[in-house]
Design a protein around this ligand. Structure first.
Ligand code: FES
Length: 318
């Protein structure tokens, strides 16, 4: 999947919370931007090192072609990307890629949106899209405090939105059993937020009997592997050329292919964006991503940047 880039300029910037900056971006040449659906994100290249980051688009639908809005959390454990983004001011330029969407709304009778912190961004777009289409939904927004909840003022008087703040009474904390309940025909859950929030919500959803097919998720950073097992070395074979490459224990397939000059698609390098998905033609995949569903894995889809092989040889459609 080829990525299309354009130069963009920061046309406005404000601090939505002490840690979250909201940036409005327009094309530097004054042209129109690409259309997108709720749930889409863009790749952003920022800083002298050309750091690549993904941000969900959360602007008002009427302004889609004119400007994109993203919200950037200044992470304490930043590897430089969020710091560089926070340093941007009005008039600064950066590179952005055409939107991609691996978190799109699928047809359903009812939607339950569950946001943790900065995870509100794609779900805010979804809430607007569902409002516009007249669909039935509810949005649960969990944040450390009202001060730390970006876009809270836009949502406060909305009858479909419930807030759950960590610094308030325990009775208003998100209680999955009370607030969401068990699976219901035609209802789907969309969950987005930091790892701890996702694990809690998805764990409780599984305990309450929600099937995986009703759960749609997007993570903002990769979970550190729960086991320390780096996996065995193996060989990867590319179907287009028949070329074979040795993938040692400590390297990813993506790193090996790039080191050999193979033009492999990629972006986040963490198994969360879906840019590097290819198809497995032979061998047994060891999936280690946070982006593919079980169905997609069963169809043979596979991420080059994070997943490995359980078999000595893995053949890829590449
Ligand atoms: S590069 Fe993002 S999932 Fe592999």
């Amino acid at each position: 999947m080829e990525t299309t880039w354009t130069d963009a300029v920061v046309v406005a910037r404000h601090d939505a919370t002490p840690r979250i900056a909201v940036l409005d971006l327009a094309r530097a040449d004054g042209g129109e931007l690409w259309e997108y659906e709720a749930g889409a994100h863009i790749d952003v290249m920022v800083g002298e090192a050309g750091l690549l980051r993904q941000y969900s688009l959360c602007g008002p639908p009427g302004e889609q072609r004119k400007q994109y809005r993203i919200a950037v959390l200044n992470e304490a454990a930043s590897r430089g990307g969020s710091r560089a983004m926070h340093a941007l001011a009005q008039g600064d330029t950066l590179r952005i890629a055409a939107p991609r969407n691996r978190f799109a709304l699928t047809p359903a009778r009812r939607y339950v949106l569950l946001a943790g912190g900065i995870g509100i961004t794609p779900l805010l777009s979804m809430a607007r899209a569902l409002d516009a289409a007249g669909h039935d939904y509810e949005l649960h927004y969990c944040a450390r405090s009202r001060t730390e909840a970006a876009f809270a003022a836009d949502l406060e008087s909305h009858g479909r939105v419930s807030f759950h703040f960590d610094d308030r009474a325990p009775e208003q904390f998100l209680d999955m059993e009370r607030d969401v309940g068990g699976p219901a025909d035609g209802t789907v859950l969309y969950v987005c937020g930091p790892g701890g929030f996702m694990n809690h919500v998805l764990g409780r959803a599984a305990e309450l009997g929600w099937p995986e097919s009703a759960l749609h998720t997007e993570r903002f950073s990769a979970e550190p592997p729960t086991d320390a097992d780096p996996g065995e070395a193996f060989t990867v074979r590319l179907a287009s050329t028949g070329a074979e490459y040795h993938v040692p224990e400590e390297q990813s397939i993506l790193d090996v292919l790039l080191a050999h000059g193979v033009d492999a698609p990629h972006s986040c390098g963490q198994g969360i964006c879906g840019s590097c998905i290819v198809r497995v033609l032979a061998g047994e995949a060891d999936h280690r991503d946070d982006v593919l569903t079980e169905e997609e894995r069963a169809e043979g889809q596979f991420t080059l940047c994070s997943s490995r092989s359980k078999s000595p040889i893995l053949e890829l459609e590449l």
